[in-house]
Design a protein around this ligand. Structure first.
Ligand code: FPP
Length: 233
């Protein structure tokens, strides 16, 4: 298998705990989390990763305090605007996973424009999972499939058919999913696509996560034997 995973997903966790440890507001943790995201996009691009999915805001994150939600949305906007030159220089394409219809209109517009502006770039693809939930993606996929077949299509549904109804059907499944802050759970991230992903968990909080930590995850991945349910070789 290739030493470099083509598609890496990251559950960026621990911004709040990072801030609490320092007696700071949670928002300060998100601000530092944004810096970490920029760092890791660069590290991933340099390492030769083709697709990087960042779990930025889940369908469950709306339960947080309104001011925290507003702060994160403002950061997303700042990120999309502020990083565009970097994306252009590095031919990086921005994409979205999640329900754009449930995002504030200005964020959805900003995201749509960033995706359009960069859609011709053939370098790494950065997929922002925003208002994303794995279950939600599957349910939205089922709705699309039912709508398409309402006129009476073929009755059988195979795994390969269903992929077409996911948010980004052309993307390969993630090979590696990194999670920070030591939690051992999927938290509704890429449920369908991540069925055979290798997981790598760091004890570090996301704002402390460095390019070297990212490289360490890639190195670990290179040593894993992936069997996809098959037997040991
Ligand atoms: C996870 O930490 C952080 C989030 C869900 C917030 C979103 C992420 C960022 C602001 C960084 C990257 C941003 C962009 C635009 C790429 P948490 O708040 O769940 O931490 P906790 O579990 O310690 O409370």
């Amino acid at each position: 298998m290739s030493a470099i995973p083509a598609h890496v997903g990251i559950i960026m966790d621990g911004n709040g705990r990072w801030a609490r440890q320092r007696g700071q507001l949670r928002t300060q943790g998100h601000l530092e989390g944004l810096k970490a995201a920029k760092r890791i996009v660069k590290a991933a691009s340099e390492a030769g990763v083709s697709y990087l999915t960042l779990y930025t805001f889940s369908t469950e994150n709306w339960k947080r305090a309104a001011d925290e939600v507003a702060f994160i949305m403002a950061l997303v906007k700042q990120y999309l605007r502020g990083e565009l030159d970097f994306y252009r220089e590095n031919r990086i394409r921005i994409r979205h996973a999640g329900d754009a219809g449930g995002l504030p209109a200005d964020i959805a517009k900003e995201l749509r424009e960033a995706c359009e502006d960069t859609c011709g770039f053939t370098g790494m693809q950065v997929i922002l999972a925003l208002n994303y939930g794995g279950r939600d993606e599957i349910i939205r996929g089922i709705r699309k499939l039912l709508a398409e077949r309402a006129g009476g299509g073929p009755g059988e549904i195979r795994e390969a058919d269903f992929r077409r109804y996911l948010d980004n059907p052309d993307l390969p499944d993630p090979d590696l999913i990194i999670r920070t802050a030591g939690e051992m759970r999927t938290s509704n991230f890429l449920l369908w696509e991540g069925a055979y992903a290798e997981y790598w968990v760091s004890e570090k909080f996301w704002p402390d996560f460095t390019g070297d930590d990212f490289k360490a995850a890639l190195a670990q991945f290179g040593k894993r034997e992936r069997r996809y349910g098959g037997a040991n070789s």
